[in-house]
Design a protein around this ligand. Structure first.
Ligand code: 6PG
Length: 474
């Protein structure tokens, strides 16, 4: 019986599309799913695309595992969390030493690290694989961020390389580091995605509520921007979302969609990771907070009734908005890459920022022209803070005055710009040689004797502070 090059469990939208992509690239793939109806539907889809001869459907898990060539590479595409652990336990007795599980969902990197550590002594490879690009990406070329067992990565490399998106012929896939490295990088990718989306939404809010533009006029602007330095997948789809018309009412669809954003967790994980590492990531944090505020629709309605409608007037141009978005984006990516650099150091992953920027240039949700510039900026791995890279410093010097105009005008016009304003605040904090933490240190010492430092006099010094209790008693 012919053996499959690779196996895949979990034929949901992403799993099915990845499997079709693999078959299309000439590999034989064994597929399995808990519900046999999904297997049947997948076989039908494969037949419709003329790929059925490279698909081995196996409803029985034992037969499925046996149908994959050794050393086996088995992709699991099940819901993150307990279902992944359950699947690992089911597979474990069926696998042989040297086989590998490739988990391709959006898993928490510490879970991936735990699973990697658990399977390593058993001789089973574990790869935590971040796959970005949504359903279309999975089908036609995603960006693939691989972490975990390096030896087993090489077994799966030909298949993953063939299905990955290509940027000027270069495949957007790489093994990035041991353990949870791949899922960590995917998580921060999503945090950056949150920042990009939120800043775009903020700029749209200025156009709609500050400049009185309708959806069609906003769409035109985004289409134009997509031809310039902001060229990216998210700017492109924003143009399409804004121009779509609801068939039933004939009004722009975007005006009918409820202003309440969902979130599945990766943005929050990014913000938590940044905080735990002590890396400021205000753009990601702002984007997560904005989604949380958006979900409190009833509270916002009550607050608007209490405080009145915002006056919403701004004194800025469309060009200002384009430059502001560019500056905000530079800050957001600076923060995201700093989080990755810091995690890499803490975990000993040896992540290469240039490689990460390179595999984000095509296939993934944050793909953009900008990432090509970043890949060059990080080449040689000399820099970890983009703001200090000459090419980006020049861009920032040019674009930050517009960001300042947009943020200040937005504040006066009562338009919320959580992400853009926090990006500007980060920039201004980062570039000030003398900040205000001297006062924080004074306060900490006053109430808690935490000590402070004076250059030339040493650290852990204390002030001769007055006692407020004694003063009150006098
Ligand atoms: C991707 C996306 C993908 C998914 C997000 C959505 O890279 O392809 O990031 O992973 O669309 O998880 O996340 P939220 O539901 O949290 O917005």
């Amino acid at each position: 019986m012919s053996k499959a090059d690779i196996g895949l469990i979990g034929l949901g939208v992403m799993g099915a599309n990845l499997a079709l992509n693999i078959a299309e690239k000439g590999h034989t793939i064994a597929v399995n799913n808990r519900s046999t109806a999904k297997i049947d539907a997948f076989v039908e889809a494969a037949q419709a695309e003329g790929l059925a001869e490279r698909v081995l459907p196996e409803a029985d898990l034992v037969a499925f595992v046996q149908s994959v060539k050794k050393p086996r590479s088995i992709i699991i595409m099940v819901k993150a969390g307990k279902p992944v652990d359950d699947m690992i336990e089911q597979l474990l007795p069926l696998l042989d030493e040297g086989d590998a599980i490739l988990e391709c969902g959006n898993s928490l990197f510490s879970d991936t690290q735990r699973r990697f550590d658990y399977l390593k002594p058993k001789g089973i490879g574990y790869l935590g694989v971040g796959v970005s690009g949504g359903a279309e990406g999975a089908r036609h070329g995603p960006s693939i961020m691989v972490g975990g067992s390096k030896a087993q990565w090489h077994d799966a490399e030909p298949v993953l390389t063939s299905i990955a998106a290509k940027f000027k012929g270069e495949p957007c896939v790489a093994w990035l580091g041991e353990g949870g490295a791949g899922h960590f990088v995917k998580t921060i990718h999503n945090g950056i995605e949150y920042g990009d989306m939120q800043m775009i939404a903020e700029v749209y809010g200025v156009m709609r509520d500050g400049l009185g533009m309708d959806a069609a006029a906003c769409a035109e602007v985004f289409k134009r921007w997509n031809e310039g330095p902001l060229n990216s997948y998210l700017i492109e789809i924003t143009g399409h979302v804004l121009e779509a018309i609801d068939g039933e009412s004939g009004t722009p669809l975007v005006d009918m969609i409820l202003d309440r954003a969902g979130q599945k967790g990766t943005g929050v994980w990014s913000a938590i990771a940044a905080q735990q590492l002590g890396v400021p990531a205000t753009a990601i944090e702002g984007a997560v907070a904005a989604r949380s505020i958006s979900s409190r629709k009833q509270e916002r309605i009550a607050a608007e009734a209490l405080y009145g409608k915002r006056q919403g007037k701004v004194d800025i141009t469309i060009d200002d908005l384009e430059q502001a978005l560019l500056a905000g984006k530079i800050v957001s990516y600076t923060q995201g890459f700093s989080v990755i650099a810091s995690a890499s150091e803490e975990q000993g992953w040896g992540l290469k920022l240039a490689t990460i920027a390179r595999i984000w240039r095509a296939g993934c949700i944050i793909r953009s022209r900008f990432l090509d510039q970043m890949a060059s900026a990080f080449a040689g791995d000399a820099a970890t803070n983009l703001l200090m890279v000459p090419a980006f410093a020049t861009l920032m010097k040019e674009a930050s005055p517009a960001l300042r105009r947009v943020v200040s005008s937005g504040a006066l016009g009562e338009l919320p710009l959580i992400c853009l304003s926090s990006s500007l605040a980060y920039f201004d904090s980062y570039r000030q040689a003398r900040g205000t933490a001297n006062l924080i240190q004074g306060q900490r010492d006053f109430f808690g004797s935490h000590g402070f430092e004076i250059e030339g006099r040493g650290a852990d010094l204390h002030g001769d502070w007055p006692s407020l209790v004694e003063q009150a008693a006098e």
